[in-house]
Structures are given as C-alpha cells and as structure tokens.
Design a binder for this molecule. Structure first.
Ligand code: PLP
Ligand code: ZN
Length: 405
C-alpha cells in the first residue's frame, strides 16, 4: 500500500488522480505526487527505516508505489568521507555520495525502478523513454527484469560506450538524428499516439520521486542530519529539486532537524541554461543549444529548470558552470584522490565544487556533500588521451632500463 493520494499541479494546485499523467490540463505545468503525510508520520520511524533492506526500498513508505516492486538492487550506495579530496580543496567536512555503484552505474536506477513499477501497476506492456544515455540503460535493464518490452530513444552523439551498456539488455534501441531536445520532442509526439508508459513523460511524476532516495540516504548516513551544502548536477533539473524535497520531507516528519541546506547546482558551460538564469538573476530559463562533452547532462531546454532555479535561490545556494577542460580535471582529481571514477557529470560536480570553494562561496567548515551520479566507464572516450602506460619487455633489464635499479 502506498501513501500517495493524488497528483497536484505545481503551479495552480489543481489535483488529479494517480494516473499516467504529467501535465496540468489548465496551465500545462508539471504534476507532482502528493502524500498523506499524517499517516506516513505514524508509519515511519528511524528504527523502522534502519531495519529495512539495504537498498532504496528502505524508504518505501515515502514512495508512490504498491508492494509489487521492480528491483534490480538499487540504492543505499556509499557515502564516502573524502579525506584526500578535502585536503586538495581546503575543506574540512566533505562527503561523496557515490551513485556510480548502482546496477546500471548511475542514479537513474532510482527513478526508473519507481517508473517501471508504476508502468506495471498501470498495466502497460511497453515502456519507452527519451534519454541522454544513462536513462536508456536503466530502462532497458528494468524492463528486462519486469518482462516488459522497451523502446529507448537516444541522440546520435551519445557516447559509443554507453550504447553497448544499453544494447546488452536487448531493448529496441533507436538512435535519433538530432539532439536530446529533438529526441524529447519526438517522444512527446509518440506519447500522444502510442499507449505506452513513457518513463519521463506520462510516468514523470512517479519517476521524479525516485531521486528523493538519494537525499534520504545521505541524511541517514550522516546520522540523521542534513548537510550544510549540497553540490549536484542538473540536466532537466529534476534530480536537484528532489534532493531538496527529500530533506524537506524528512524534517517535516521529524526524522531530522529543520533543514538549512544550501543547494548548489552545477552544469557544463556548454549546456548551462539553469546556471545562466541564476547568474542573470531571472527565473526564466532560456533554452540553449548544447555543446559539451558532458552528454548525459546536455539538455538545452530543461523541463524542470525553473523549479531547480527556485530551489537554488530559496535555499540560499547557488549555481556554477564549468568548462569541458575543468570537468576532465575534476574527473581526474576525484579518481586520483578518492579512487572514484566518475563520468563527465561527476567531473562537472567536482570542478563546480572546486570553484565554489575557491571563490569562498562554500566555507571550509561547512558539511558538504557532492553527488556523483554516474560511473566513468560510461564516458571513457573523454579521458582516452590521458592513457600513457609504460611499455617494457618481459625481463628485469627492460624494467630497470626505465626505472633504474
Ligand atoms: C549521470 C547523470 N547525472 C545527472 C543527471 C541529471 O538529471 P536531471 O535530468 O534529473 O537533472 C543525468 C541525467 O540524465 C545523468 O545522466
Ligand atoms: Zn495547473
């Protein structure tokens, strides 16, 4: 049994039944799942959560799904105290939330497990998605587990290593000659015509809720505490808004103290419509044409950009864009200090964090969590130029010729 009671328009507040719907009929704003928090507060406790499974499902009371879940082993990923990176950046309390360690190697497993569970509840025999790469892999994997057919649509510039990581689950993999924003437009048209569960269109309100588990886990892993600062990447902006929502919910339910977390959003400079709007001091996110190696977060027209912007503003946080060079340096720094190989989106977070610390925005004694949302083996291409092994003959002389005695 779920405690979700309805969908509600984020703008005008109109309510809708819990169906496969994502936009308000009146103002076309996104719909959001609302819950019976009174009943949840009676049902949940720290003790109950701690006794739950070591996965995102320990927070099931706060998610919009019934009991028959589709689970491939997602969540409760490590929160690592980043001692070496702290030193490199001049921080005292830095943690890395390592979501590379999900079954398909990105945080997308959190959102997709909810969306596919709902797809099955709604009786869809086919699911589909528009993806920058990570979502497609996760949808294909979960659809395989749920015995549902999947169509996944990606832009033509998706990294080759990501294509392999999608194809292995045997979805119908469609490469669209265009950008992610073109793919998304096409999928919106398909969603009008085909009676499928579109993971990030008609199932989007449910999908969104999966990202809350990232924030729940961090608070629990910190000993039931919200961080002072969160640094996270944004593409559509949805993940960023749900980290905030999760902390807000935990404090509303009395599981943590009132939250005073500053939320910092990071993007690649070649695709930074949310950061641009933050810096311009407006709430209007103007679409851009992406041009960056951070393909997974290259969305020029972010569906939840406005809401992400509001979270950054209202939380007293900020926004930061980094160049492709800074991003690669961020990937290397994280790997060399903490042994974590993140994809480009992780490089954006670390490079953004570095800038926020250097400019004095994040203070050294603030408890900061950097969210690493995808693994580096998915974007090996961008660091291929860095591979410089030393080649020797299989004998001692050859070794000592180079390294001395
Ligand atoms: C690795 C990674 N991090 C972050 C994001 C951002 O997600 P959102 O669209 O919710 O902002 C994505 C989206 O595809 C992603 O693949
Ligand atoms: Zn509305």
């Amino acid at each position: 049994m779920s405690y979700a009671i309805a969908l509600r328009c984020r703008k005008c507040g109109r309510e809708y039944p819990l169906e496969p719907l994502n936009l308000c009929d009146f103002c076309f704003s996104p719909l959001e799942v609302i819950y019976d928090y009174k009943s949840i507060s009676k049902a949940v406790s720290r003790e109950k959560i701690i006794k739950g499974p070591p996965s995102m499902w320990r927070y099931k009371d706060l998610l919009p799904v019934d009991d028959d879940i589709v689970d491939i082993g997602t969540g409760f990923t490590p929160l690592v105290k980043a001692d070496n990176l702290e030193q490199a950046l001049g921080l005292e309390k830095l943690y890395i939330k390592n979501d590379c360690l999900n079954p398909t190697y990105s945080f997308k497993d959190r959102v997709v497990s909810i969306a596919i569970t709902k797809a099955r509840e709604f009786g869809f025999d086919t699911v589909a998605c528009a993806s920058t790469g990570n979502l497609a892999a996760s949808v294909a994997a979960h659809a395989a587990k749920a015995n549902i057919k999947s169509y996944v649509f990606v832009p033509s510039d998706v990294e080759p290593s990501k294509l392999t990581g999608i194809a292995i689950y045997n979805p119908v993999l469609v490469i669209v000659r265009g950008s992610y924003d073109d793919v998304n437009r096409l999928c919106s048209q398909l969603a009008q015509k085909y009676d499928w569960g579109f993971i990030n269109i008609n199932l989007r309100p449910y999908y969104a809720e999966g990202s809350k588990t990232l924030g729940y886990e961090v608070a629990e892993q910190l000993g039931w505490l919200a961080p002072d600062c969160v640094v996270a990447p944004a593409a559509s902006g949805l993940l960023f808004t749900r980290i905030w929502k999760s902390l807000d919910e935990l404090s509303m339910l009395g599981l943590i103290q009132p939250v005073n977390t500053h939320m910092y959003v990071t993007q690649a400079a070649g695709s930074s419509p949310i950061v641009n709007a933050f810096e311009a001091g407006t709430l209007h996110v103007h679409p851009v044409k992406p041009n960056t190696i951070a393909k997974s977060i290259a969305i020029g027209d972010p569906a939840d950009g406005y809401y992400a912007l509001r979270v950054a503003r209202q939380s007293g946080g900020g926004a930061c864009a980094v160049t492709d060079e800074e991003m690669v340096a961020g990937m290397k720094l994280l790997a060399e200090t903490e042994g974590i190989f993140a994809e480009t989106a992780g490089g954006v977070v670390i490079a953004g964090l570095r800038k926020l610390v250097t400019s004095g925005v994040i203070k050294k004694d603030e408890l900061t969590v950097a969210f690493i949302t995808g693994a580096g083996l998915k974007t090996q291409e961008v660091i291929a130029g860095e591979v410089r092994p030393i080649v020797i003959q299989p004998n001692l002389e050859s070794f000592e010729e180079i390294f001395g005695k």
